[in-house]
Design a binder for this molecule. Structure first.
Ligand code: PMP
Ligand code: GLN
Length: 424
């Protein structure tokens, strides 16, 4: 009998929605509101920083320190040290990774053992589940529940809340970690301080590590505040805070991410990193270091990109919210991130039999139909749920609004045409 080539850890995780859906969007040439990336240039200072990194010091073409280019670990430590109210040591408390994906993967590999349970809040950025499984862990899901607004208006991501009793019931003696994502992808929920305090107290009570994915921390709207759970009392020493230069500087192709945390956790991530990736591209790290140094100088001022980006993005969000409603898509207003989810229940009742495989979730059939027939690409929200919950949440689709004005106009044209087809 032939040897089985595929390692068992890959069982059930061979399909990836991003690979499939990104291809679909390009095959049909539709307006791509699916995969999350800005389709406009990063800020000038960041592009210039990359150009300097390429041209000024030829040694930036070579390896640097395994756990991060020193000026980058230094600025990450000082910048986030102030934000988190924590003394951060550039060598002991920081790891630079290949994007936030790299940070997450390293964290799961470093901490999660065979049989360990990892609590994941639904809907969740889809890679948390396969990363838990690849480490041998067991994902335990807890859903955010929608408490619809009573006034008949649009719901906000704020109305999606954790049930404290249900959350508490998920913690067992085998719980190793809880994954938090605020602002959340795909919903755009920004967890309030009170919600974070609940999560923090349960993590402390059960001696659980919090893996806090904060890649959208600067993308917060309507005066909402991003709170890092590591800044809450007693949480620094049990939290890994993950960030991404791709989201921070609208440069997702740079693939520079980082993890900040206490020595006794980060040292295990260093072990994974030195035996896997070892080192991330030096020039991209240098560009991020220069960009963060610039942001530190402008911090809190109108000239800061971290002030400007959410303002501009909020307009794009509002534009999309207005437009989608014209054809009967009902957006949930996101407090943060660059995504919103829209309710497609009306379509589900009026057009229940869209083409697709018999066991395919409705939202997945819907996005394929919309891509082919209406020229708009989006992401089915069921991919952000665990298998057993997918059917319960197959009446939402996710749209990305961090797009150039021309793209948003192209979206409007597609929606106007769609609207005209609806009106007899
Ligand atoms: N976390 C979340 C919540 C994300 O949406 C993404 C997508 N980019 C990542 C992590 C990965 O970030 P990066 O592109 O820096 O690897
Ligand atoms: N984080 C981005 C999103 O949610 C990209 C994910 C990916 O391409 N794998 O759209």
């Amino acid at each position: 009998m032939a040897k089985q080539l595929q390692a068992r850890r890959l069982d059930g995780i061979d399909k990836n929605p991003w690979v499939e859906l990104t291809k679909l969007a390009s095959d049909y040439g539709s307006v791509n509101l699916g995969q999350g990336f800005p389709d406009f240039a990063p800020p000038d200072f960041a592009v210039e920083a990359f150009q300097r990194a390429l041209s000024e010091d030829y040694m930036l073409n070579q390896y640097t320190k395994a756990f991060g280019y020193p000026p980058l670990t230094k600025i990450l430590a000082s910048f986030f040290g102030k934000l988190l109210g924590q003394e951060i040591h550039p060598l002991k408390n920081v790891l630079v990774t290949v994007g936030a994906y790299g940070a997450l993967f390293t964290a799961f590999q470093a901490l999660v053992d065979e049989g360990d349970e990892v609590i994941i809040i639904e809907p969740f950025f889809d890679c948390y589940e396969p990363m838990t499984l690849m480490a041998g862990g067991c994902p335990v899901f807890v859903p955010l529940k929608l408490r619809p607004s009573q006034d008949g208006g649009l719901d906000s991501s704020k109305n999606w809340q954790l049930d404290p009793t249900e959350l508490a019931s998920k913690f067992t003696s085998r719980t190793k970690a809880l994954v938090l994502n605020t602002p959340n992808n795909p919903l755009g929920k920004v967890f309030s301080r009170a919600e974070l305090e609940l999560v923090a107290s349960l993590c402390q009570q059960h001696d659980v590590v919090c893996i806090s994915d904060e890649v959208y921390q600067w993308l917060v709207f309507d005066g909402n505040q991003h709170v890092s759970i590591a800044s809450l009392p007693g949480m620094w020493h049990r939290t890994l805070t993950i960030g991404s230069a791709g989201k921070t500087f609208s440069a997702t192709g740079w693939k520079v991410g980082w993890v900040l945390g206490p020595d006794h956790l980060v040292k295990h991530l260093h072990t994974v990193h030195q035996n896997s990736v070892y080192h991330c591209p030096t020039q991209a790290q240098a560009a991020v270091a220069l960009s963060l140094e610039r942001e530190q100088q402008h911090f809190g001022q109108p000239s800061s990109y971290f002030v400007q980006l959410p303002e501009v993005t909020q307009h794009k969000r509002d534009h999309m919210i207005r437009s989608l409603q014209s054809v009967g898509l009902r957006p949930i207003i996101p407090q943060g991130s660059y995504f919103l989810i829209a309710d497609i229940s009306d379509f589900k009742s009026k057009m229940p039999n869209l083409p697709g495989a018999t066991n395919e979730a409705y939202d997945s059939r819907f996005v394929k139909w919309m891509c082919r027939n209406k020229g708009l690409a989006a992401i089915p929200v069921s991919i952000f749920y665990s298998g057993p919950h997918q059917k319960l949440f197959d009446h939402y689709v996710r749209f990305c609004f961090i797009k150039d004005e021309a793209t948003l106009q192209a979206m409007d044209e597609k929606l106007q045409k769609w609207k005209a087809e609806l009106t007899p």
